[in-house]
Design a protein around this ligand. Structure first.
Ligand code: KG4
Ligand code: ZN
Length: 391
């Protein structure tokens, strides 16, 4: 079956079209991604109204590009009118997005129905203004082309992004992680330890009480004058310290927040305060200072994440650990968690670097698995900015 996926929960507008050939095998016919990072950089973070504007502008051109690349964009020999029932529905769903309404009407008039069985779309968690744009567009599209709508959880998408492997012929497989397993989700908005007892059945055992790991990276970066999102740059500076400057004595220490608490919760907001204090103590922000601070920040974050995850692995007797979310691109964490899982003799699932950040491929896989397992929510009429994996 063919499935189209759409993601607009934050600052990426992304489409993917899949051909699923069995329950766990697929090829990707097209992947389209437009990142707004450059636009948001001047605000120092993602600005919801700007994200909404950009998504609205990108949706239709990316849809056409995705269909075209998939070979599913076929002109009608004769233009046809949109039936009244579909027209009414489009008007309701895209009342606040007249440009895309008009474009989808023209799409119906000009193109054959693409051979797509389902449309998976992120309906949370994320920025509600951003989520609404993609959600309403996907609803309208699914009506226009008579495809099933599969509302999909963004964080479950990050989990599935870690489970895929690709062979030389380009065929992807969704691996079975075995249950129970533990999921460590680390992104710009989330830091969660989630136990999965079977597919789609989650229990959150730990979460951040304030900032997410990605935020700790981004906010610390900002204090060092590094533009949003600062995670990758901090990681680069830390690696420089490891490889070049580590012969110098480290003069900075940062706290290890909640390292010894008995729960599985985290707290990272104190780290940025500690970074601020360290920064204020300096007469001059040298490159060596930035490297040292980045190194110490990474060490602190890794130590806390590893210690709590290790304890949860033992307590819950899991057979695998799945790491997902934008921060899973971090090299230091990838190494540390690889070592941990070797020691614990459990399997580690990490996403390929390409799929660590937000994308529509992860949404399509999560949506497809829910679709074939008949476990997707029906009749969803609104996005949920704080949607949880337990909902
Ligand atoms: O999952 P994601 O793309 O978006 C959200 O759903 O939040 O995660 C983005 C976060 C940002 O905070 C970014 O700085 C962080 O992931 N990030 C990294 C690295 N690459 C991205 N953090 C640390 N090291 C990296 N290499
Ligand atoms: Zn994400």
């Amino acid at each position: 079956m063919k499935l189209l996926a759409l993601e607009t929960s934050c600052d990426e507008t992304a489409f993917a079209i899949f051909d699923f050939t069995s329950e766990r095998e697929f090829t990707i016919l097209s992947e389209q991604l437009n990142s707004q990072i450059d636009i948001h950089q001047e605000y120092g973070g993602v600005f919801p109204a700007v994200a909404k504007r950009e998504h609205t502008k990108n949706l239709y051109p990316l849809l056409i590009a995705a269909l075209d690349e998939s070979g599913l964009l076929i002109k009608r020999t004769q233009s046809t009118d949109v039936p009244q029932e579909i027209m009414d529905k489009l008007h309701v769903l895209l009342e606040r997005d007249p440009d895309n309404l008009e474009l989808l009407v023209r799409f119906y008039e000009q193109y054959e129905f693409p051979d797509i069985d389902a449309v998976a779309v992120t309906y949370g968690p994320g920025l509600e203004m951003a989520l609404w744009t993609g959600f309403n567009f996907a609803r309208a599209l699914s009506h226009t082309i008579s495809a099933e709508l599969v509302p999909t959880n963004h964080m479950e998408g990050h989990i599935y992004a870690s489970l895929i492997t690709q062979n030389e012929e380009g065929v992807f497989t969704v691996q079975d992680p075995q249950f129970p397993n533990l999921n460590l989700l680390i992104s710009g908005g989330h830091t969660e330890l989630v136990l999965a007892t079977s597919e789609h059945n989650y229990t959150k055992i730990g979460k951040t009480l304030d900032d997410a790991v990605g935020e700790a990276y981004d906010k610390s970066a900002r204090l060092l004058g590094i533009p949003y999102p600062g995670g990758p740059q901090i990681s680069k500076l830390a690696d420089e310290y490891r490889s070049v400057s580590q012969s110098q004595t480290l003069r900075i220490t940062l706290p290890r927040p909640m390292l010894h608490t008995k729960d599985y919760d985290f707290s990272f907001s104190g780290l940025k305060t500690a970074v601020l204090t360290q920064t204020q103590k300096q007469d001059e922000i040298t490159n060596l200072f930035k490297q040292e601070l980045s190194f110490e920040l990474e060490e602190s974050i890794a130590e806390v994440l590893i210690k709590k995850t290790k304890r949860a692995i033992t307590e819950y007797g899991v057979s695998s650990l799945i790491i997902g979310g934008g921060v899973s691109a971090n090299n230091h964490l990838r190494e540390k968690f690889t070592e941990l899982c070797e020691q614990e003799r459990i399997k580690l699932f990490l996403p390929e670097k390409k799929y660590t950040g937000d994308n529509a491929v992860m949404i399509g896989i999560a949506g497809y698995r829910r679709f074939i397992n008949k476990k997707y929510p029906k009749g969803v009429e609104r996005v949920l900015g704080r949607l949880s994996l337990e909902d």
